[in-house]
Structures are given as structure tokens and as C-alpha cells.
Design a protein around this ligand. Structure first.
Ligand SMILES: Nc1nc2c(c(=O)[nH]1)N(C=O)[C@@H](CNc1ccc(C(=O)N[C@@H](CCC(=O)O)C(=O)O)cc1)CN2
Ligand SMILES: Nc1ncnc2c1ncn2[C@@H]1O[C@H](COP(=O)(O)OP(=O)(O)OP(=O)(O)O)[C@@H](O)[C@H]1O
Length: 190
């Protein structure tokens, strides 16, 4: 299927997911994340902030546990620059720092910028992924522009509440593949 078709299909699948299923799948995903993703080398972890009404994976479960159990890991959150299509990245200090942007995403309103070269791991949002680690996002290219700025050793960890890979007919030269994916069925390394 094309990215546009997959976007539509997976947006619908998310919309029909019950609250109970969303809760359950998020907890499984979080358990697999901490059981199987190597955080030993991570000093700076970049995460998206979930749009829960779109049933995105609830990264708060991961962020909160990192803050409790891995206090040496610094968290960085994205801020969208709509004019340029770039992401700015800001170290996370606490909820007081966040405000809702035009698309309903919480993002830092101020704070210390994170240099992309300092980031050891990025948690990447997606609608669907294939067996090669290619992803389908919302189609604005924010992560396709951001990920090449990070160092080659930076881990790009996709999070998906749907475990099965899809076939993407129209991957393109800008696509930035994931290094691994975490789903409620486990972790796959590409
Ligand atoms: N939680 C979360 N944060 C994220 C992302 C994400 O997928 N999930 N992003 C992943 O990239 C970036 C933001 N993605 C965006 C995707 C679409 C639009 C957007 O423009 N939406 C309008 C269309 C307006 C227009 O066409 O100009 C809309 O959908 O109505 C904005 C930001 C950064 N933060
Ligand atoms: N480095 C880049 N420079 C300029 N344009 C880019 C770059 N990366 C991506 N784009 C553009 O951004 C858009 C991304 O569309 P695509 O369908 O590939 O998005 P996607 O795979 O859903 O990913 P994303 O979540 O990053 O939007 C395309 O129009 C592409 O041409």
C-alpha cells in the first residue's frame, strides 16, 4: 500500500481502539521497552510527547520511569517549527515547561536547547512500519529532517501499538529508517 493509504488505514484502526485496549497495549509496550531496549549507553534520550486522543503510544509511561529509575539520563522533547519544517529540541525540566501547540501537542515553551549530536536515542512516532524499518508518519517530514542531524550511533526506536509490519510501496530517498521497533508483542532490531 502507499503511505497515504496506510496513513488512512492506521488512523482508522487507532480511532476504533477501545480505551481498555489502549491502556493494555501501552503497558505491554512499556514492559518490552524496559525489558529489551539497551539503555546502558544512553545519556540523552529524545522522546515525542503523545497525542493521546490520536491513540499514540503513551510515552509518559516511559518518560516517568526514566525519571524515577534512570536519573542520569537527560530527556529532550521536540518543538515544531512550522515555518521551516524543523524540530527544535529542548531538555525536559518538568510539566511547568510545557504548553499545547496549534496541533494539540504539548511542547516546551522555553528551556535549554539540545544539540542533536548529543542525543543517544530517539523515540520515534509512527503510524506504520515495514520489515526494513521504514516508517509512515503524518507526512510532514519532521523526523526525516531531524534524524540525519543526530550522530550515526544514535538509536532510532520506533514505538507502535500495532505489532505487524506492513508493505510500503512508496518509500523515498528522504526516509530515515529505524534501528529498532518496540510493540506490544516485543522488540525487533533492524
Ligand atoms: N506526539 C507527536 N509529536 C510530534 C510528532 C508526532 O507524530 N507525534 N511529529 C511527527 O512528525 C512532529 C509534529 N508533527 C506534525 C504533523 C502534522 C502537522 C500538521 O501540520 N497538521 C495539520 C495540517 C496543517 C497543514 O497542512 O499545514 C493537520 O493535520 O490538520 C503538524 C505537526 C513533532 N511532534
Ligand atoms: N530532508 C528533507 N528535505 C526536504 N524535504 C523533506 C526532507 N525529508 C522529508 N521531506 C519531505 O517531507 C515529506 C515527508 O513525506 P513522507 O510521506 O515521506 O512522510 P512520512 O514518511 O510520513 O514521515 P514523517 O513522519 O517524517 O512526516 C515529503 O514531502 C518529503 O519530500
Amino acid at each position: 500500500m502507499t503511505k497515504a493509504e496506510l496513513r488512512k488505514l492506521y488512523t482508522e484502526k487507532r480511532a476504533t481502539m477501545s480505551e481498555a485496549e489502549y491502556f493494555h497495549l501501552n503497558h505491554l509496550l512499556c514492559e518490552y521497552f524496559f525489558a529489551f531496549v539497551d539503555l546502558s549507553f544512553v545519556r540523552v534520550l529524545h522522546s515525542f510527547v503523545p497525542i493521546e486522543k490520536f491513540r499514540e503510544p503513551n510515552t509518559w509511561l516511559i518518560i516517568d520511569r526514566i525519571r524515577r529509575e534512570f536519573p542520569h539520563i537527560r530527556l529532550s522533547l521536540p518543538r515544531v517549527q512550522p515555518q521551516t519544517g524543523q524540530l527544535e529540541n529542548i531538555f525536559f525540566e518538568g510539566m511547568h515547561q510545557l504548553q499545547t501547540n496549534a496541533w494539540g501537542i504539548l511542547e516546551p515553551k522555553q528551556g535549554v536547547p539540545t544539540e542533536p549530536e548529543k542525543i543517544d536515542m530517539v523515540l520515534v512516532p509512527l503510524l506504520a512500519f515495514d520489515v526494513y524499518g521504514n516508517r509512515v508518519g503524518y507526512g510532514k517530514g519532521f523526523y526525516d529532517r531531524f534524524l540525519p542531524l543526530c550522530k550515526p550511533s544514535c538509536q532510532r526506536v520506533g514505538l507502535s501499538l500495532f505489532a505487524e509490519p506492513v508493505a510500503i510501496d512508496d518509500t523515498n530517498a528522504f526516509d530515515q529508517p529505524l534501528t529498532q521497533i518496540v510493540t506490544p508483542a516485543g522488540v525487533t532490531v533492524f
